[in-house]
Design a protein around this ligand. Structure first.
Ligand SMILES: Nc1ncnc2c1ncn2[C@@H]1O[C@H](COP(=O)(O)OP(=O)(O)O)[C@@H](O)[C@H]1O
Ligand SMILES: [Mg+2]
Length: 280
């Protein structure tokens, strides 16, 4: 039987949100519209705008609001004592990033017009942007590979870090990103114990996602999670791929990792001829 592949990020996100333990890992995700752009950019400051059925980081954009956030208007944020008049701040602005290009606009309507022009009628999502940790001033995220093992259980079999090319907002290999061991990328940010806890959490997230998606898509066999880690070391699932690349794991020093990945993949038929035809 063919391995199941699901292209729609929206559909997969809806299933993940039904899993009680996974909600905390999912950045808010909505369908792209002016209303959702308006609400989310003023709530989070940073948003990502991406095709519902995209791959390789193609068509992924970000938008950033530079001004007071709606969540900052809580009573605690108000000053207790009258403040000395500060010089008036710069007017709020909106920064649009795509590839290595950056453009700044003074109104949300201008930003929306540019986004709509780029989107060209395709189905797009808007997602809470995660301010990722960096490595040598470049953003990085993690790829967590989860597979059905020989006993038919979901098992997290590999993880690797992906560093964005200079000035880029995406970490994908096809977008010029570089793969490095996660210890190498997380190491400078945390101590050994925090690192071990992080790895343990990634493993757990991987298997939870496997079982959750399987509840809706029973013929899944392998998944690649894109996980971002923020400055508070919170992990966020940016998306789940159902046709994950296996080759990056070949480069890891511990050769047993790729051996196991390959063994499981052969067992569930990844390399059989019907593979490419089964992606939808
Ligand atoms: N919400 C987000 N916050 C921060 N970075 C993101 C977000 N969504 C996507 N990205 C960046 O863009 C890349 C591509 O987005 P992704 O959702 O994985 O689409 P694709 O299917 O094209 O890989 C991610 O690997 C990550 O580097
Ligand atoms: Mg991705």
């Amino acid at each position: 039987m063919r391995i199941q592949r699901i292209a729609s990020k929206w559909q997969k996100t809806q299933i993940l949100l039904q899993g009680p333990h996974l909600q905390v890992y999912i950045p808010e995700t909505q369908k792209f519209s002016l209303e959702n752009l308006n609400t989310m950019i003023h709530k989070y400051g940073l948003v990502y705008i991406k095709p519902d059925r995209g791959t390789y980081g193609q068509g992924v954009m970000s938008a950033e609001y530079n001004g007071p956030l709606t969540s900052d208007t809580s009573p605690q944020a108000e000053p207790q004592v009258p403040q000395i008049q500060e010089p008036s701040p710069l007017p709020p602005s909106y920064k649009h990033r795509y590839g290595v290009q950056t453009q700044t606009y003074l109104s949300i309507d201008e930003l929306y017009a540019v986004l709509i022009h780029k989107i060209q009628g395709r189905e797009y999502l808007i997602q809470q942007g995660i301010d990722m940790l960096t490595y040598q001033r470049r953003k990085f995220d993690l790829r967590v590979l989860v597979q059905k093992n020989l006993k038919g259980e979901w098992e997290t079999t590999g993880y690797i870090g992906r560093v964005a090319a200079h000035q880029k907002i995406i970490t994908n290999h096809h977008g010029g990103g570089t793969a490095l061991p996660i210890e190498h990328l997380l190491g400078p940010h945390m101590n050994e114990r925090q690192l071990q806890l992080m790895i343990q959490e990634l493993r757990q997230i991987g298997t939870l996602v496997g079982y959750q998606l399987q509840s809706a898509y029973p013929r899944l066999k392998e998944l690649g999670l894109d996980v971002a880690v923020d400055a508070g070391f919170k992990a966020w699932i940016l998306e789940v791929n159902t046709l994950p690349a296996l080759f990056p794991f070949k480069e890891l020093k511990d050769k047993n990792i790729y051996k196991r990945i390959r063994k499981y993949a052969i067992h569930y038929g990844r390399f059989s001829r019907s593979r490419s035809a089964s992606f939808r």
